[in-house]
Design a protein around this ligand. Sequence first.
Ligand code: SF4
Length: 64
Amino acid sequence: MHVTVDRGVCVGAGLCALAAPRVFDQDEEGLVLVLQPRPSGQDRDAATEAVSLCPSRAARVSET
Ligand code: SF4
């Protein structure tokens, strides 16, 4: 799994960091940061959940 984000469309809702705090964080402006681009185990499941919650589709996962 590969986690990517588009900070240009992130609205700073923070749902990703709440759902997967070991994978996503937010900078001082609230914009998403990726802590683990290739999560495994529980972090992988959490990342998938976080992406499903992102209101702007800024956060995405792929299987590459
Ligand atoms: S949930 Fe989406 S819009 Fe909100 S901070 Fe995370 S990436 Fe940005």
